[in-house]
Design a protein around this ligand. Structure first.
Ligand SMILES: Cc1ncc(COP(=O)(O)O)c(C=O)c1O
Length: 386
């Protein structure tokens, strides 16, 4: 076998394995509720600006390693406007070719072999590979229903002291839970003065249904201990573009930037121009996105409630988190739904052990499909009555 021992030991990526596969389903037309991105298109103005940027000779060549000043300035302005957080564009901003890249690279940049890294359980699946690539040890940070927030009183103090990095993500994929500023204040209080750092993955930052989602950097000492990673994929419907950024703690940002000088050669200039245009002109679009998903959440949860299905109330993001019926684990229920109801969902288990009895249902569907899906799910309410 040519594959290295280290890579061979990393479990298959769940979404790498399943995305785009042929789905064997029941007789009804398939409704795909496993998708992880909003269903809308990139706003036309961003595409037009991208097309113009393609014509610029400066964008045909290698650009500055750490990005154009105009892009970094747009990031700084965006954070000031949206979160009232002031950033230094040279020391506190690192542009990323898709945030997955930064999230997976981070442990290699800032932790040493054997160090502990705490991962939310349930939480986004791709953090784990980054920890294993760094020869660090993943430790679950248990998140419990209904709020799925860390309870620091249950985290062993010795374990915390050996932990060099904690991943947090709110709105949470897969549960739809959100954080208040106080949640971040408490997380920071817990580790302030130690060597532990926090990365807050803000991929669904735009989607807050009951309140605007806070930035961890707006908490006291936020920038002393944390970075935040912001993606343009979900809010701006730009997942195909592959663009995002990390902001916050200088030392963490410098480490990421050093890593990039060895693994990247600057981001495509036209992409930076498109992202700059998005950040500078589409604040209203982010509000619309959140409104759309709030309406869908309201509708879908009302349907589930009427049928008596045990979902977790979602406060942000683009998903619904549904408990499995008695006798079903997440994978068995996923199989049942696809063969009996032709509904594809994501099983909860790839998101961590606490996902074992849940499935993640994406709300990135138009009204008609959502209503059809709600109807099909209501038809299986009897499974929960056993
Ligand atoms: C929680 C979370 N973080 C990060 C990402 C990665 O997004 P991207 O690499 O497109 O910025 C995703 C994508 O699904 C996600 O759900």
């Amino acid at each position: 076998m040519i594959i290295s021992n280290k890579l061979a030991d990393i479990p298959e990526s769940y979404f790498g394995k399943t995305m785009g596969r042929h789905i064997e389903h029941g007789p009804l037309p398939l409704i795909n509720m496993a998708v992880g991105i909003p269903d809308g298109q990139t706003p036309q103005g961003i595409i037009d600006h991208f097309a113009q940027a393609l014509q610029l000779p400066e964008n045909q060549k290698y650009g500055a390693f750490h990005g154009k000043d105009s892009f970094k300035q747009a990031i700084v302005d965006f954070y000031q406007r949206q979160y009232n957080v002031t950033l230094d564009k040279d020391d506190e901003v690192c542009i990323l070719y898709g945030t997955k890249n930064g999230l997976v690279a981070l442990p290699t940049c800032i932790v040493n072999p054997g160090d502990y890294v705490m991962l939310p359980d349930p939480g986004y699946t791709d953090y784990l590979a980054g920890v294993l690539l760094a020869d660090a040890k993943p430790i679950p940070l248990n998140l419990e229903p209904p709020h799925y927030l860390p309870d620091w009183s249950t985290v062993n103090r010795e374990t915390l002291l050996k932990t060099k990095l904690i991943y947090l993500t709110y709105p949470n994929n897969p549960t739809g839970s959100t954080a208040t500023q106080q949640v971040f204040d408490e997380a920071i209080d817990n580790i302030y003065g130690t060597n532990t750092k926090i990365v807050h993955d803000f991929a669904y930052g735009a989607f807050g249904f009951d309140a605007k989602n806070p930035s961890i950097l707006a908490s006291k000492h936020g920038k002393d201990v944390a970075i935040e990673i912001y993606s343009l994929s979900k809010g701006y419907n730009m997942s195909g573009f592959r663009v995002g950024f990390a902001v916050g703690n200088k030392d963490m940002i410098q480490a990421l930037k050093k890593y990039q000088t060895h693994t990247n050669a600057g981001m495509f200039g036209a992409l930076q121009d498109a992202a700059t245009y998005a950040l500078n002109h589409y604040d209203d679009f982010l509000i619309q996105q959140s409104d759309t998903f709030r309406q869908r959440r309201n509708y879908f949860e009302a349907q589930l409630a009427q049928a008596g299905l045990p979902y977790v109330h979602s406060k942000g993001g683009i998903y619904s988190w549904l408990h499995t019926p008695p006798g079903f684990d997440s994978e068995r229920f996923e199989q049942f739904l696809v063969t009996e109801k032709s509904i594809l969902v994501a099983p909860g288990i790839p998101f961590g052990n606490n996902g074992k009895h849940y499935v993640r249902i994406s709300l990135a569907l138009d009204e008609q499909q959502l209503s059809e899906a709600a109807q099909r799910l209501s038809d299986i309410a009897y499974l929960y009555q056993k």
